[in-house]
Design a protein. Structure first.
Lengths: 372, 372
DNA sequence: TTGAAAGCGATACCAG
DNA sequence: CTGGTATCGCTTTCAA
């Protein structure tokens, strides 16, 4: 394994200066096309790889990243943000500054936050595209400004986003179908609730749920896909209606966090016992339902990890200039009553704030690796 | 937000040289105790944080890490190794060299590999402690040599390992119990298989399984914990015996990869249909069983992620001199028939080799972020 | 015990 | 269009 090739090695071999080599590699204007190709060819043949440490050091400018997300009613978005922060000061050689811009509700204040980030000339944006339509316009501007954008939680189709980090919706739907299907022995009526069929993410979960039923549980019947448009009363009312129309309903898959109104409707209809329920994500009032045994399982969408991954993708691009995997799709976690405590414990650990500034020590000084 | 504090700032403020400050911070011998404490105090009060880029750059020496793992019969250990490699060239600023030392079987060749790594004076070791007893002796030597060791997949109790990365055994057992319990409607006989009750990891899974049954499925009965000692014929024979003794067995939780002999025994006993089975991990012949519908779910132990995390913990220690979380416990993934394909897809992506040396480009040159 | 100074490799500026 | 060179912050000799 030969020693590492440096800029100087290239310059030396070609009889030019490192400045020239540098400009050639980075495609700056004002480089002779010939020397440029010579440099590029040699770099490839010698297997040149830039030394990132040296790069960071000489680059005084810090990367500034804007994190545009929803305020949210549960801790989901807090966890996304804390995941981003954690990854930032783990990876970060202190060369990243995060700027958080949060908007209160779906589609409300999102374009403004985006616009602000663009005006602030950040180097990259991590964003939750809450309103597909207005987001597309934002993306066009980001594209023109050459600011890379990573979407988190939901994809923004037909935009030139650099990457997406989201949960595997197909796996989620498939899991939900299998869990319910197995427990109710492959027969009976089931339903799903979602926010809106227009939202790709939700549509995909339902689709996977339905297609798994078709493939493996032909005797089951999906009788409704309830759209609640993120409005609690709408969810409640439509569920009441559903339970009235199908008093023999056996199971329900709630693809969003909006499970509480469903429980209330089921309880009020006196059907809570008979229903096999799979929910999404986790928060205190849902924990109660799980402990009470009303929930078969909840499908956890790992917001903390989504945040971490989103940061990684963007950082990778800013630093390496390349994007290893424009689509990061996370496997969902299945949480049941018997495993609940272990998941809650992990969640608590994840949200522990980073230990602050910490003087680094040589191992000589650590007394037998003792960790405080 | 004040600008970052450098070594020079500290030296300047104290009227000493950067060399002195450096030596004081690192506890090198031959530093006046007084100046040392003055430096340390000032460093803390000024919130000094070393610039890692500068450190990497000036440190010419690369870290050498030995990865001591099992050859294995399934792809489990291949995935662990590829996870380590992936994280290494993602995080690594090329300052890490990996040396793989693999041993053929449980406890066979393990001490030799360890010894070799110590002799080679590596900077750290990632190891699977396959044989608790001999491993402890190895660890003592590593400790004396001041070489940090991170355990992967299994912990090594009562040793001074730097950290462990493993799957959450409690969550695994709890999940298995809930899955089986719900499907068989909370009543009937169940059993588990494991390699050896001496192995903490297996014992914990069984314990969590049992305790979840006790808490939430009192009408279920755990009739056997079968130890197969990693021998296929032993697993087969003991299962046949089990099935003979309990022809009304309703479910079985296989805590290890050794599920194939169990399927064979069940099939030969004509009980495959009646059993609700939860397995562990995934490999081609198990995939067949899942597709065939013989498996309720398999609990995937995420070897790739285990590898990635193990590397992170060790790297973190070598670089920062601190260990953020000595115990990384991963949440297991639940894979069912309806979600199988999505998990297999992910697995295929994970094991895609890294794109090799790649010239980095400025964003100017990327035509609209187009990723090849 | 401490100070001074020479790198590490890439970047960016200023001359030519 | 290209060469030379100061610079980033830390580590590590070599002298004092």
């Amino acid at each position: 394994m030969g020693r590492k090739v440096t800029l100087f090695d290239l310059a030396d071999a070609l009889g030019v200066s490192t400045g020239t080599v540098h400009r050639a590699l980075h495609g700056h204007r004002d480089v002779n096309l010939q020397t440029k190709t010579r440099v590029l060819r040699l770099a490839k043949s010698m297997g040149y790889r830039p030394n990132l440490a040296a790069r960071y050091l000489s680059l005084k400018r810090n990367y500034r990243i804007s994190v545009n997300t929803l305020k949210g009613t549960t801790s989901f978005w807090d966890e996304v943000r804390s995941g981003i922060e954690k990854e930032a000061n783990l990876i970060g050689l202190d060369n990243v500054e995060l700027e958080f811009r949060t908007y209160p509700r779906l589609g409300e204040g999102e374009p403004e936050a985006f616009e602000e980030a663009l005006r602030a000339k950040v180097d990259g944006i991590i964003s939750f595209p809450s309103h597909p339509k207005s987001f597309r316009a934002c993306m066009r501007r980001a594209f023109r400004a050459r600011i890379p954008v990573v979407c988190v939680a939901t994809d923004a189709p037909d935009t030139d986003r650099l990457g997406v980090v989201s949960i595997d919706t197909m796996a989620s739907g498939g899991l939900a179908a299998d869990l319910i299907g197995q427990v109710i022995d492959g027969k009976g009526k089931v339903a799903t609730t979602l926010s809106d069929l227009q939202i790709t993410e939700h549509a995909e979960k339902c689709h996977a749920f339905e297609s798994t039923l078709r493939s493996f549980y032909p005797a089951m019947q999906l009788v409704a896909k309830i759209e609640d448009h993120d409005i609690e009363t709408e969810a409640y009312d439509k569920c009441r209606e559903l339970f009235r129309a199908h008093s023999d309903l056996a199971g329900i898959y709630i693809t969003t966090e909006a499970s509480i109104p469903v429980f209330e409707a089921a309880r009020d209809a006196g059907m809570l016992q008979q229903l096999t329920i799979v929910t999404t994500d986790i928060f205190p009032s849902l924990v109660q339902q799980i402990r009470a045994g009303s929930v078969l399982a909840t499908i956890y969408q790992r917001p903390h990890t989504q945040g971490r991954m989103a940061f990684r993708v963007l950082h990778e691009f800013l630093v390496h200039g390349s994007c290893p995997s424009p689509q990061v799709t996370l496997a969902p976690h299945v949480i049941t009553r018997g495993s609940l405590d272990f998941f809650l414990l992990r969640k608590a650990i994840e949200s522990t704030p980073e230990k602050g500034a910490q003087i680094q020590l040589d191992s000589h000084e650590l007394e037998g690796f003792a960790i405080e």
